[in-house]
Ligand binder design. Structure first.
Ligand code: SF4
Length: 137
């Protein structure tokens, strides 16, 4: 059965840049599992979700069903949706959501950095952007 996966919009960015680092072993394992699940052979449907999702489920920052950084991550979600012209509740096959995020955010210099400029993990994403731009020279 292909149950839709609820995903906070900004987690599409986190999944794109994920290289096995995160808030702890349980978090990293879960993130690997979700990435493998979404990118596997079966087409998965993702629903843009306003609140805690399958990635938050294994996060040590999750408190009482919410997030310790709730204001910040809610802003990331809103900015992601705005940049892509999307809304909470919309559902897409995972590759289609990736395509939209790539076109609206990842392929436009500075857009991703403008969304999550104050994220704890931003240097990991910056490094990958730099490596990619060097490869493309
Ligand atoms: S930091 Fe907050 S939004 Fe990010 S995975 Fe953890 S609980 Fe979810």
């Amino acid at each position: 059965m292909n149950e839709p996966v609820l995903l906070r919009p900004h987690h599409a960015l986190c999944l794109h840049y994920f290289i096995g680092k995160g808030y702890g072993c349980g978090f990293v394992e879960n993130m690997f599992h979700i990435k493998r699940f979404l990118c596997g052979r079966s087409l998965r449907t993702v629903v843009l979700h306003n609140g805690a999702d399958c990635i938050c489920a294994a996060c040590p920052n999750r408190r009482n069903g919410g997030c310790m950084s709730s204001e910040k991550v809610a802003r990331y979600d809103r900015e992601c949706l705005k940049a892509c012209g999307l809304a909470f509740g919309q559902a897409f096959p995972w590759p289609e959501l990736c395509r939209r995020v790539r076109k609206a955010i990842l392929e436009k210099p500075g857009v991703r950095a403008g969304i999550c400029f104050d994220c704890l993990w931003k240097t990991l994403c910056q490094q990958q952007d730099v490596e990619k731009s060097v490869e493309n020279v």
